[in-house]
Design a binder for this molecule. Structure first.
Ligand SMILES: [Zn+2]
Length: 344
């Protein structure tokens, strides 16, 4: 039964499913429109379907078996403080050296860490387990899979432990005409307590270029919350090759430092939240996508659920959707000019 009212509020339309009976069910896998990961609310604008959004995801390091990046801090080798506040001597009359895990360090060792000349510590011992190169590959693969599933054109510069040069990373952006280039890293420090995350950008000659880089670096970590201190965005001072305006022609590029792999808390928080972090990165990208690749005048109406062949509202879709199966839902758009509901 059609409603007698000429114009209905979005809420009324969502309740009046009879309005949709004249429209065919949308086809799964229709790629004319990108389905944003973050479910849109009624009234939100949709992605411009005419613009193909190419994203290159670059897991840092792994250019050779030696290039593993930062490693986790397992603990420190150090002298043992005796009753006289001097290093205890071993049977050979030399100062005794022991290894202590970061979780059990005595305070005199902790206080020694940030000093430039160490009094007690003889060596930092890194973890033999997962390296920065391994960890960022897991995050990058998750970002890649999720972006692909929701309709972006996406490339991964490295899908194995090793085998990519820095030049090849930029080539991947240039050959594929990347709109977005995201290099994913984690930091390392001698001091296991150092924490923090930031998105790095590099400026070029032209002010529009600079604005784009700064804005993207700011947007991409908008939702990231997996490490304690997030100072972002940060200007590149090194300078980092993959961010070079002359080498890498991607429109918008950033290098993410997810946290300090040398800090046990950061390490656990990243390693245990790979998929959540990937999703937060994607939603950060989409904050930028919404600013630059949305058309006006087309608004979200609801979602078509392919399992039940029915229309659900965005809140319901958000509640029900398993992120791994976004194809269960196709957004239904409302064209203001035609005053009609459009199923893509
Ligand atoms: Zn790195």
């Amino acid at each position: 039964m059609l409603s007698s009212k000429l114009f209905l509020t979005t809420k009324e339309k969502l309740l009046d499913k009879s309005l949709l009976l004249n429209y065919p069910a949308p086809t799964i896998g229709n790629t004319n429109n990108i389905q944003l990961d973050s479910f849109l609310a009624p009234g939100d604008h949709i992605v411009n379907s005419r613009k193909d959004i190419v994203v290159v995801v670059d897991p840092g390091h792994g250019s050779g078996s030696e290039n593993v990046g930062a490693v986790a801090t397992k603990g420190y080798k150090h002298f043992v403080k005796g009753a006289d506040n001097k290093p205890e001597l071993g049977p050979d009359k030399n100062p005794k050296v022991v290894f202590t895990s970061v979780l059990e360090l005595p305070s005199y060792v902790i206080n020694d860490i940030s000093k430039s000349k160490k009094e007690w510590i003889t060596e930092r011992v890194g973890d033999n387990g997962i390296t920065e190169a391994d960890l960022v590959l897991k995050v990058a693969q998750s970002v890649y899979g999720k972006l692909k599933a929701i309709g972006y054109t996406v490339f991964l510069t490295r899908n194995t432990a090793t085998g990519i040069s820095n030049q090849a990373r930029s080539n991947a952006a240039n050959l594929n005409k990347a709109i977005y280039f995201i290099s994913i890293h984690a930091d390392g420090d001698y001091d296991y307590r150092v924490t923090g995350a930031h998105a790095i950008y590099r400026e070029g000659d032209d002010s529009d270029y600079n604005k784009r880089q700064h804005e993207f670096a700011e947007d991409i970590f908008s939702l990231y919350d997996k490490v304690a201190t997030i100072v972002t965005p940060r200007k590149d001072i090194k300078p980092i090759r993959v961010l070079s305006p002359s080498e890498n022609k991607a429109e918008r590029k950033t290098l993410l430092e997810l946290g300090f792999i040398s800090n046990p808390d950061d390490y656990d928080n990243i390693n245990n939240n790979v998929d959540t972090i990937a999703r937060q990165i994607i939603q950060g990208i989409e904050i930028n996508v919404r600013k630059h690749f949305f058309t006006q005048g087309v608004t979200i109406y609801g979602y078509y659920d392919h399992r039940s062949n029915s229309v659900v509202n965005p809140q319901e879709a958000e509640r029900n959707a398993l992120f791994s199966k976004p194809s269960f839902y196709t957004p239904i758009y409302e064209n203001e000019e035609l005053k009609a509901v459009v199923i893509p």
